[in-house]
Design a protein around this ligand. Structure first.
Ligand code: ATR
Length: 299
């Protein structure tokens, strides 16, 4: 930390727990690469201390922070401004401090969009898109897609009420057409559920797996959808990044789809936060290397 001096600006991450985060490695590598006099620090913030931590951004003059589990929703009430994506998703993962005015952004969804555009191509944003899951990650991605011009989103979730809630939010606030349905495991061939899946998988261009299924250590788990209906011409993205290749990805690849994991979203949510804090273009290749090194060291 030889570069820290009287003019160093501090960024960081509020979470609890926070020691698992890959963001310090990614952002400190970027600051170093561009010779910026900044440091990025993990802050373990207990839920009952969140309001004090946000106030400390003003009193200590922190330049900006990321916000992670379990604070992404709760933090919204302590901020001065919210970006459209943060307002609509009800979640913030990045705060920018401009002279004591704190603005909340959601770069998770925007990170997904940038990663998709870079890997598969921006034409996939148009949709139709199938989103598996309806939790916080699904909401961030769905909101960003709807705000970026996706014409149709289909949400499949185990708990129907959550899928319906996300669907109404999108339909009320964006021009996107949304369909929500309950997903209850592998549908029997010939059943009405199977026919519904067939109609959906026939027309979607992009599949996004947003549940925690497949995440280390549960690497053998995956959403039980009819993978035989997945086909070439489709792109399938798993938001899971550890392990780098999941059962969902393997099954979609075997069925003919082009597949990606969640590393790109993680990288670009960081790159966009970096750009919001510094006004500089993020050194994406440096950040990618730091991220991949950290993930592989974690194993
Ligand atoms: P995150 O912020 O990571 O999205 P979350 O908000 O807890 O986490 O959402 C988890 C998502 O994974 C939900 O869609 C959840 O389905 P429910 O809404 O029915 O709970 C889904 N999920 C988690 N474990 C699952 C499982 N074993 N089978 C099916 N869906 C699962």
């Amino acid at each position: 930390m030889g570069w820290i001096n009287g003019k160093t600006k501090i960024c960081g991450i509020f979470g609890y727990p926070v020691e698992h985060s890959f963001s310090p490695a990614m952002h400190n590598a970027a600051f170093k690469n561009l010779s910026l006099n900044r440091a990025y620090v993990p802050f373990p913030v207990r839920p009952e201390n969140l309001a004090y931590a946000v106030e400390a951004m003003r009193t200590l003059g922190l330049a900006g922070v990321n916000v992670t589990v379990p604070h992404k929703q709760a933090v919204t009430e302590f901020l001065d401004e919210l970006s459209p994506a943060a307002r609509l998703s009800g979640a913030v993962n990045t705060i920018v401090n401009e002279g004591g005015v704190l603005t909340g952004h959601n770069t998770d969804g925007e990170g997904f969009i940038r990663a998709l555009a870079e890997s598969a191509g921006s034409e996939y944003i148009r949709g139709p898109v199938l989103i598996i899951g309806a939790g916080g990650a699904a909401r961030a991605v769905a909101v960003a897609l709807a705000l970026s011009g996706t014409e149709e989103i289909i949400i499949a979730n185990r708990t129907e009420a959550r899928a319906a809630e996300l669907s109404s939010l999108l339909e009320e606030s964006t021009g996107c057409s949304v369909m929500a349905f309950k997903w209850e495991g592998q549908p029997a061939e010939g059943s009405p559920e199977h026919r519904e899946w067939a109609a959906v998988l026939d027309r979607v261009k992009l599949l996004v797996q947003t549940t925690s299924l497949g995440m280390r250590p549960a690497v053998d788990t995956y959403p039980s959808i009819p993978y035989q209906l997945v086909h070439s011409g489709q792109v399938a993205v798993d938001l899971v990044y550890n392990p780098p290749s999941t059962c969902f990805m393997n099954k979609c690849r075997e069925a003919g789809a082009v597949v990606y994991n969640g590393t790109g979203m993680l990288l670009y949510q960081g790159a966009i936060a970096f750009e919001l804090w510094t006004g500089r273009e993020a050194p994406v290749d440096i950040m990618r290397r730091a991220l991949e090194d950290s993930i592989s060291r974690r194993g």
